[in-house]
Every structure is written in C-alpha cells, then in structure tokens.
Design a protein around this ligand. Structure first.
Ligand SMILES: [Zn+2]
Length: 368
C-alpha cells in the first residue's frame, strides 16, 4: 500500500527516516540527485532543481517568484510571506538559502497538483503526477539501496528561522473535566498533541483522564489547587505550595512530575518578581500564551472564538512567532476545536507539546 500523505505527516518530526538525514527525491519514476534536507521534520528541496525535473517555469516578479506548473500556478512571496495560490489564498510556506540555492518545502508541489509520498522506513520521498507508472512499492524495489539516506553535509543555515511561526502549541487549562475524554478523542482524530495545565482537585476527580492524557503523549502542566485569586496569590509561599501539591497529585496518578506551570488567570499582573523568584527557583518554568481564545467568555459562540483565534494566529505568522494558544478543557470548546484544527492543518501548521527545554513564553519575559 502506498501512503499518500497529507501535509501534516511531512511536518511530524523525526519519523523513521530520522531527523538529520537527507533523502534523495523521487520524481515520478526517476530517482533524482536532488537532496531533500530535513528541517524540524519537514523536507526542503532546491526550487530550481525541482522545477527543472518537473518542467516548471519560474519567473522573478516584484512581489516574489511565480511558479507555473502545467495548468496550475502559485507565487512564492518575498520575505517568507508564504505561497499565494491561484485563488488568492496564502499558505505559510517559507524558504531559505542553502549553498546558494533557494530551498522550499517539498509540500509546495502538492499545491501545484502533485501527490507526495513519504515512507520513512523505506527512505522514500516521492513527488508524482499522473504520468508516474511505478507504484511506490515498485519504486522502492527498483531503487533499493540507492534510496538510503546520506548524512546532511551542512546544516541548513537559517533552518531555525525558516520554520519559526509554523509550529503551534495548543494549551488547555482548568481540566480535567467531564468532557476531557471527548476533547482527547478530537485531538486523537486529528493526530494533534497539546499541553494540559491541570488543577489538582480535578485530577483527583478524573484520574483516568490524566492517565490517558499522559499515555497519548500530551504535555503535562500545573495550574494549582484552588484557582482562587485571593488564595493562590496570597503569598509567594502559598503559590509554591499550590504548585507543589498539584505536582504531587499528578505524580500519584500518572507517576510523572512536571516543571511546567501556568498560574491561574495568567501570570500578569499578580505573579510578580517575588512570586517568580520563589517558584521558579524551584525549577519550574512559567508559561503564559500569546493567543487568547477567550473560549470561557464566548462559550457557544464558536464563530467568534474561531475568528478571533485565526486572526491572532495570522498576526503571529507575519512576525514568525510560534502561537501558544490558550483554550480551556470545557464543553463549549469541543464545538470550535475541530474547525480550528481543520484550518490549522490546511494552512500547514504543525503541532507540538511544550517541554521543559523550551524557552518559556510568559508575560514577564522571565526565561527561567
Ligand atoms: Zn484557569
């Protein structure tokens, strides 16, 4: 069986082929010398070389590079402005220079009517159209060992910059709840991972959901015990005690501990330096958000939530900032979530969980 992937799969980090190895690109029935270079789980190829293989016409324009492929065309906008499709939609495709070549994600070909096949275990990355005669299986048999990866000769210079703004961090506060199971079902369906900032008493009430959250590979974070402003922010010691107790509940249920915290209502204005010194010096990392869904406020008005989130995410895209989206583990959010995920996937975003190794995003720019 060949595996025709949607764009999302090419964005999943470190599949069987592994990060850090380049693949030779298959184009229809031919194994080319084009080196597809992985950058954070996406494969990038030189635009000019691919255009030559596929007889595309590329033309420099004032606002970017026009690519014409058969009946279809698209425009790669300047300054990593994305790929403008024929219908005017702009999808977040970025590019960078490597050894003098303009590198673009291989998924660009899917917007021009091609199918992309990726089989990590067979080292197969193939772009094809209707003219391809070989099945993927036959292709793998024909080229065998030649498909084997080579080490990347030089790392992509601006690789990290090239992918900024394209990884999305979904975060869910206040859970677990009576609807966590449905929430996890939706995330499973879209193969999306998120990070959960959970309250101790709620974990005690829904331990099975905590276990499932962990088992499914979502990120685990702490949100305290009381969620009451006057209690949590009574003193730095009170805040630390809540996080410690919350962590103990997490450990009791899941066996895991975490260093990720999000104080109730976010860290501004109450989580001042005294609080941060007390809590962060214990090894905790403070996480707020840069996209507020206001799902607790708009509840069933999913249009309002959807439009607000998308406009905030697109704003961040233009500044190459990865969105960290605040959502809540609540019934109303279940309604808008599939729609958001559909759009994020369509626009080429990938999803990741927050980890302790990341530079924390918070309202105080406290990097501890
Ligand atoms: Zn909360």
């Amino acid at each position: 069986m060949s595996l025709f992937v949607c764009f999302g799969v090419l964005y999943t980090p470190a599949s069987a082929a592994g990060a850090g190895v380049s693949l030779k690109l298959g184009v229809n029935d031919k194994l080319t010398e084009i080196e597809a270079v992985p950058v954070q789980g996406s494969y990038y190829i030189p635009l000019r070389a691919l255009s030559t293989e596929l007889n595309w016409t590329i033309t420099g324009q004032t606002d970017g590079i026009a690519v014409a492929a058969g009946g279809k065309s698209a425009r790669l906008l300047n300054n990593n402005g994305g790929l403008k499709l024929q219908d005017g939609t702009v999808v977040p495709v970025d590019s960078f220079l490597r050894n003098g070549s303009l590198m673009v994600p291989v998924k660009i070909s899917s917007y021009l009517g091609y199918s992309i096949t990726f089989q990590g275990d067979k080292y197969l990355l193939r772009v094809r159209d209707a003219s391809a005669a070989l099945s993927d299986k036959a292709f793998v048999e024909k080229y065998g060992d030649k498909l084997k990866p080579q080490a990347v000769s030089t790392p992509a210079p601006s690789g990290d910059n090239a992918v900024k703004g394209r990884t999305l961090y979904l975060t869910f506060d206040d859970g677990p709840s009576a609807t966590t199971a449905q929430l996890l079902d939706i995330l499973d369906k879209y193969e999306v991972k998120a990070t959960f900032f959970m309250l101790g008493p709620n974990m005690n009430r829904y331990p099975a959901q905590v276990k499932r959250t962990q088992k499914n590979g979502h990120g685990l974070g702490l949100h305290g015990m009381t969620h009451r402003k006057e209690k949590f922010y009574a003193s730095p010691a009170a805040a630390l005690a809540e996080m410690t107790a919350d962590n103990a509940v997490l450990k009791k249920i899941s066996g895991a501990e975490t260093t990720l915290i999000r104080p109730p209502y976010g860290s501004k204005p109450y989580f001042t330096k005294n609080f941060r010194d007390k809590v962060l010096n214990q090894g905790y990392h403070l996480w707020d958000w840069n996209v507020d869904s206001e799902d607790w406020r708009y509840k069933e008005d999913s249009d309002k939530i959807y439009n607000s989130v998308m406009s905030q995410v697109h704003k961040l895209q233009s500044s190459k900032t990865n969105p960290v989206i605040l959502l809540h583990d609540q019934k109303a959010t279940l309604k808008v979530l599939p729609r958001l995920l559909e759009t994020f996937k369509k626009e080429g975003y990938s999803f990741a969980v927050i980890t302790k190794d990341m530079k924390p995003l918070n309202f105080w720019n406290d990097e501890r």
